[in-house]
Design a protein around this ligand. Structure first.
Ligand code: GLC
Length: 543
């Protein structure tokens, strides 16, 4: 599907998130690396039905870093961490991906650097440093306390006192992740040049980390108390994050980034953003579409952390409806059902032991919705959260009550002791041996086989990759919608979230089952289809 000069490739693409530490280790140190990814590219797309058939990969950060936040603390934006390889390996990865029609997105982390980045080392060296203003420094309040009441996303104050200079610096995440000052034009220029640097090396775009926090209130005003907070709610909800999240000036920074991307044909950016569907839509740049190409909508994971979005038809429908209503004309949503920050799908929805069944339906929903879907590595196998023993925990950050290690364990290629991932001790423990690529490849009834078929169908079905969205049903148990592109046959996407079979009235005509998460829907159908418990299906209009 993707061809050079196809500037809109990302509209029809399915993008696969690779967590580089956990995909494939090529040198036996127990940590995944870029050569490992190259070795596994045929799994992702070799152009045949035997491969997964994705269009692009996003690599979580691959840059030099002290790894306090596993790469989201960047100490050099223009190089590769030695654990992962070298610049030459990265160049080869990009080349090998392009040979297979796979686009490559890197992770751009503009909000903060590592405290070991030479910019911060210089900035911290004295109040007179020419780089002092590259970060956000403020005097303590008269009583010595932090300049305002902002909290860090990982807990505690967002401010750290630097004893030597007597000022606080802002860190919206870990103490080792000082926030860059995007109000300083030198910072903006330096970060824009980072984008140019990687695009010059051939990368196709970027996932932008915490785009929604890059610009804060110019006077760093306190956040107001949240009147809805109740004891028992997460501490982070105690205040309304209005002066440091989705602060309107951030949209100016977005436009600046877009201009840089537009210097290079066919490149794109997808922003990690939080907020309601109106906040999210604003990152596209409203009617002018001069913002980001895509902005993540995480509402299928959670509408408000850490409360998991229930797998219930009315809620699933509402999320898509709100997203569709908020999108400016010409823009399309971007959904992820999992990523490196959240529990895995099949574990999140496994309260009654039916997580794996729901994961099958989720595959058809995610790939059926209008928008650009992101698939997190291992989700195509139904990988589960792994219980990581206390003494092997790696993630220093605690998102509310849960760490993120359980969803970051190595990809399971086969059932061998090293799971085909590494010949050494893996950096995080493996999950159950049965969940692996080799076993699922051999089984047409596996989740992996379902993903492969669905990806292939989506690619060939214009209505599925490019059609409009019309809601068809949103009952207690059934969420269904029609996708229809001009001149192409319409496709109905339907999910039954209930534990009993459910009826779906079909629009007029004869319908055929294109794909189904669970067997036993008899084709062809007219009038009404019966969806199996926890099942999902795609129906195409016949003739
Ligand atoms: C984003 C990343 C997360 C990281 C944080 C700070 O939310 O997805 O992994 O810890 O930003 O960079």
């Amino acid at each position: 599907m993707a061809s050079p000069g196809d500037g809109d490739w990302w509209r029809r693409a399915v993008i696969y998130q690779v967590y580089p530490r956990s995909f494939q280790d090529s040198n036996g140190d127990g940590i995944g690396d870029l050569q490992g990814i190259i070795d596994r590219l045929d799994y992702l797309n070799d152009g045949t039905p035997a491969s997964l058939g994705i269009d692009a990969i996003w690599l979580s950060p691959t840059f030099p870093s002290p790894m306090k936040d596993f790469g989201y603390d960047v100490s050099d934006y223009r190089d590769v961490h030695p654990d992962f390889g070298t610049l030459a390996t990265m160049d080869r990865l990009v080349e090998e991906c392009h040979r297979r029609d796979i686009r490559v997105l890197l992770d751009f982390v503009p909000n903060h650097s590592s405290d070991q980045h030479p910019w911060f080392v210089e900035s911290r060296s004295s109040r007179q440093s020419p780089k002092r203003d590259w970060y956000v420094w403020r005097d303590p309040k008269p009583d010595g306390s932090p300049p305002n009441n902002w909290r860090g996303v990982f807990g505690g104050s967002a401010w750290e006192l630097d004893q030597a200079s007597g000022q606080y610096y802002l860190h919206s995440f870990l103490v080792e992740q000082p926030d860059l000052n995007w109000r300083n034009p030198e910072v903006v220029e330096a970060m824009h040049n980072v984008l140019r640097y990687w695009m010059d090396r051939g990368v196709d775009g970027f996932r932008i980390d915490v785009m929604h926090m890059v610009l804060k209130h110019p006077e760093l005003l306190d956040n107001p108390d949240n009147p809805d907070w109740k004891p028992g709610d997460p501490e982070l909800w105690r205040q309304r994050w209005v002066n440091n999240v989705n602060y309107p000036d951030v949209y100016g920074a977005v436009k600046g980034i877009r201009k840089v991307l537009d210097e290079y044909p066919g490149r794109m950016a997808v922003g990690e953003v939080m907020g309601n569907s109106v906040h999210i839509a604003a990152y596209y740049g409203n009617e002018r579409l001069d913002g980001l190409h895509l902005a993540f909508n995480f509402h299928y994971i959670n509408q408000r952390e850490p409360v998991v979005t229930p797998w219930e038809a009315p809620i699933l429908a509402l999320i898509a409806r709100h997203a569709e209503e908020a999108m400016p004309p010409g823009a399309q949503p971007c959904y992820a059902f999992s990523n490196h920050d959240r529990p895995r799908f099949a574990s999140r929805h496994n309260g009654d032991g039916n997580g794996p069944a729901r994961a099958r339906a989720a595959a058809l929903l995610l790939l059926g919705l209008r928008g650009t879907p992101f698939v997190y590595y291992g989700e195509e196998l139904g990988m589960l959260d792994v219980d990581v023993p206390e003494d092997r925990l790696q993630d220093p950050a605690r998102f509310y009550s849960f760490g993120r290690d359980p969803a970051r364990t190595p990809m399971q290629w086969d059932a061998s002791p090293g799971r085909g991932f590494s010949s050494g001790e893996p950096w995080l423990p493996f999950g159950q041996a049965e969940i692996n690529v080799a076993a699922q490849s051999a089984d047409p009834g596996s989740l992996l086989s379902l993903y492969r078929r669905a990806l292939r169908l989506r690619r060939g079905e214009q209505s599925l990759h490019s059609g409009a969205y019309h809601e068809l049903a949103a009952t207690n148990d059934v969420f269904a919608f029609v996708r229809e592109a001009q001149g192409a046959r319409p496709v109905v996407v339907a999910v039954n979230t209930g534990l009993a079979p459910a009826a779906l009235p079909l629009p007029p005509g004869q319908w055929r089952v294109l794909e189904s998460s669970h067997p036993a829907i008899a084709p062809p159908l007219a009038g009404e289809a019966t969806l199996p418990p926890l099942g999902a299906a795609w129906f195409a209009l016949e003739g």
